[in-house]
Design a protein around this ligand. Structure first.
Ligand code: DGL
Length: 273
């Protein structure tokens, strides 16, 4: 059996914040990271487009030999994962697996809140899908969930403006809105893998008694559990400690910003989807 890398996908850089935690916890595996930077942001796009783009990405990973792909993107997880799992996977490669980030996050969100009031900060696509409302209800029916679509935040990150004063107003506006909508919130989930880059700005506007949760650690430990529980998939994964990066966008940009997101040097190769 030819051993294969694990595929990690995002619309752009955001998934690197997840990959960073995955490689810290599970350094023994090989990973292919691919960001569709050319077509990001996905958040404002119609359902069908997000689905088509995500399916393009999944096909690409399968063509590279990955049999396990993690959609490290809430928007793709919300809008495309279920259809890909149910409609496409059986015809494409029934032994392959595609995982998302929403369910594993919903499974543990109750561990963070004391007031049982949680705020979800996500893209327009993630918020409009209602996926977090549905998934959290399954695991924690007593939790009140309030959502806020932070429409301009991904662009601030993709444009490398997340640390500038340009980010202050849009960050303040959405934080104030969600905390006004439910003053009982004690836990704010960054339900977009791009948002951890805005953490310093977000902290400026969030009171100290409200916890801010990013998904990296959660997804890394859920992947670790998944591989323990699925030896058939685990045994297909190669173990050479390598990470390769691919982007549909400009490699120079991807490497400069990706290095900040990932925390280690990133050298990407260009691909067309
Ligand atoms: N990073 C992606 C997410 O977690 C979305 C970014 C985008 O809008 O493209 O939702």
């Amino acid at each position: 059996m030819v051993k294969q890398p694990i595929g990690i996908f995002d619309s752009g850089y955001g998934g690197l914040t997840i990959l960073k935690e995955i490689t810290a916890l599970l350094p023994q595996y090989d990973y292919l990271y691919m960001g569709d930077s050319l077509r990001a942001p996905y958040g404002p796009l119609p359902f069908q487009t997000i689905y088509d783009y995500t399916l393009d990405a999944v096909r690409w990973f399968f063509a590279q030999g990955c049999s396990l792909v993690v959609l490290a993107c809430n928007t793709s997880s919300a809008k495309a994962l279920r259809s890909i799992q149910q409609i496409n996977l059986p015809g494409l490669a029934s032994g392959n697996r595609v995982l998302g980030v929403i369910r594993p996050t919903a499974e543990v969100i109750g561990d963070y809140t004391l007031t049982n009031h949680v705020g979800i900060l996500g893209t327009q696509g993630t918020v409009s899908s209602g996926s977090y409302l549905l998934e959290i209800k399954k695991f924690f029916p007593d939790i009140t969930v309030t959502q806020e679509a932070c429409s301009s935040w991904v662009k601030l990150v993709e444009n490398n403006e997340y640390a500038t004063t340009k980010a202050d107003q849009p960050v303040r506006e959405h934080i104030q809105k969600i905390l006004t909508n439910d003053p009982g919130i004690d836990t704010l989930l960054l339900a977009c893998t791009h948002y951890p880059l805005l953490m310093d700005k977000i902290k400026l506007f969030v009171p100290d008694d409200v916890r801010i949760i990013s998904q990296g650690n959660i997804i890394a430990s859920s992947l670790s559990d998944y591989l323990i529980r699925h030896p058939d998939i685990r045994e297909k994964c190669s173990l050479q400690h390598t990470v390769s990066f691919f982007t549909t966008g400009d490699t120079g940009n991807f490497d400069t910003h990706g290095t900040i997101f990932y925390g280690n040097a990133v050298h990407s190769r260009h691909i067309d989807l």
